[in-house]
Write a protein that binds this ligand. Structure first.
Ligand SMILES: [Zn+2]
Length: 65
């Protein structure tokens, strides 16, 4: 799937990030839902420790693809 100018897929859930969000946060790689769970700093999903990341399991997201 090719990237469009104002569209980006969330790196966590793969859902499209809204163009409005990208206008406000052009560097974001997370959709609004994931951004509530994860900090804005760059993160390595594969390195996340589930034992320390209860919000992930609470929201049904995890590093497992
Ligand atoms: Zn997401």
């Amino acid at each position: 799937m090719k990237k469009k100018t104002n569209t980006r897929a969330c790196r966590i859930c793969g859902k499209a990030i809204s163009p409005a969000r990208l206008e406000v946060l052009p560097d974001t790689t997370l959709c609004v839902d994931c951004a509530r769970v994860y900090p804005p700093a760059p993160i390595d999903v594969a390195a996340l420790d589930l034992s320390q990341a209860s919000p992930i399991t609470r929201n049904g997201f995890g590093p497992k693809d």
